[in-house]
Design a protein around this ligand. Structure first.
Ligand code: PMP
Length: 351
């Protein structure tokens, strides 16, 4: 007889998009100082394994509701990958063609995943940075009458985090202190949406935002130049190429600007993405939790916060995606495919 028991999910799902969200907050037991409790919110439990499934769903469904997206109309978006993968899932399930523009510097498995899900992927030169892929998507939309998803400006982005990610956190910590919430930003949808709710309902929870140590857009305090439609007018002066895929594009998006203007960030901390990768590896090997470079970097930031946090503090860290999305990248560079001497010796002992 088994000691494990389950009642299933108590429902059947009408399609895959219904399974987005409701990701678990999991305690860490071998990470960080002993005087605090650390939890991670594991967004890889989403159907296409990242936090961006949430925004993909809401961008498409709010455009459907508002009549901006017609049946069978092509959707186009500029994305470093996870948004494109989420959109590819939603568009496949709902029957919309999808075209993604993406700088050639992002990981190969992201492109192939999107194409596997039926999307077209247009690569833009890496010298043109995030703005190059963004301008290409906007031009394709204007020239062809396609629906531009616009994750960097779309209100549906932060809204879905306010109405789902934040509600899940508030419910899961209803009977517990929550002293720190730690996240990075790409579009800023996660931080802005969750912060709206935390400020309202858990005002004592400190919101810690992390960014790459060589691209401190927020830390620099320098403003972003903008066009009349709120899109960025050129790269931010503090930006440099960095290793944390999905974080900190070369401009401050409008969605993130709301967080700055509303003083949502109690502290902005720089983090070294290479050390974030080592933390992702620690998390995998010591907690059995697989996350990408941004998750490792957010966790490293949280461990640094934990070191000076008061006794008994409870800290929650966002883990945006899975480590499997980075097999071809520096995250896995130190992981050999061939047997080492110890493994060879074990094999030899079987002969
Ligand atoms: N990490 C990864 C791997 C991502 O793809 C993204 C989204 N670009 C983020 C973090 C940041 O999320 P958000 O856009 O909500 O700020």
């Amino acid at each position: 007889m088994t000691i494990y028991k389950t009642d299933g999910r108590g429902r059947r799902y009408t399609d895959i998009v219904q399974t987005v969200g409701d990701t678990p907050c999991v305690r860490l037991n071998r990470t960080g100082p002993a005087h605090v409790s650390m939890f991670v919110k594991v967004e890889s439990f989403n159907p296409l394994s990242s936090v961006k499934d949430r925004l993909a769903l809401n961008i498409i469904e709010s455009a459907e509701r508002e009549g901006q997206l017609k049946p069978g109309q092509t959707v186009v978006e500029a994305t470093s990958g996870n948004t494109g993968i989420g959109l590819a899932m939603v568009c496949a399930a709902k029957g919309y063609p999808l075209v993604i523009t993406m700088a050639e510097s992002f990981s190969i498995e992201r492109r192939r995943l999107m194409r596997f899900l039926g999307a077209k992927v247009v690569l833009t030169p890496k010298e043109e940075r995030g703005i190059g892929m963004y301008d290409a998507a906007k031009k394709l939309a204007a020239d062809n009458g396609w629906f531009f998803a616009g994750q960097f400006e779309n209100a549906a982005n932060a809204d879905i985090h306010e109405s789902t990610t934040a509600r899940e956190i508030l419910a899961d910590f209803e009977d517990s202190p929550l002293d720190y919430w730690v996240t990075g930003y790409g579009t800023g949808g996660t931080v802005t949406g969750v912060a709206r709710a935390l400020r309202r309902e858990r005002p004592n929870c400190k919101i810690i935002v992390s960014e790459p140590h060589n691209a401190t857009l927020l830390g620099s305090g320098l403003p972003q130049e903008r066009n009349a439609d709120d899109s960025p007018n050129g790269s931010h002066p503090a930006w440099e190429p960095h290793v944390i895929q999905g974080w900190t594009p070369d401009f401050i998006p409008k969605v993130l600007q709301e967080g700055i203007d509303s003083a949502f960030f109690d502290e902005v901390r720089p983090v070294d993405g290479m050390k974030g990768m080592a933390m992702a590896q620690h998390l995998a090997a010591n907690e059995g939790i697989l996350t990408g470079v941004s998750g490792g970097s957010a966790l490293l930031t949280a461990v640094e916060v934990a070191e000076t946090a008061p006794e008994g503090s409870v800290i929650l860290v966002m883990l945006p995606d899975t480590g499997e999305r980075y097999l071809s990248t520096p995250l896995f560079e130190s992981i050999p495919a061939e047997m080492n001497d110890e493994e060879k010796a074990l094999f030899a002992s079987t002969r």
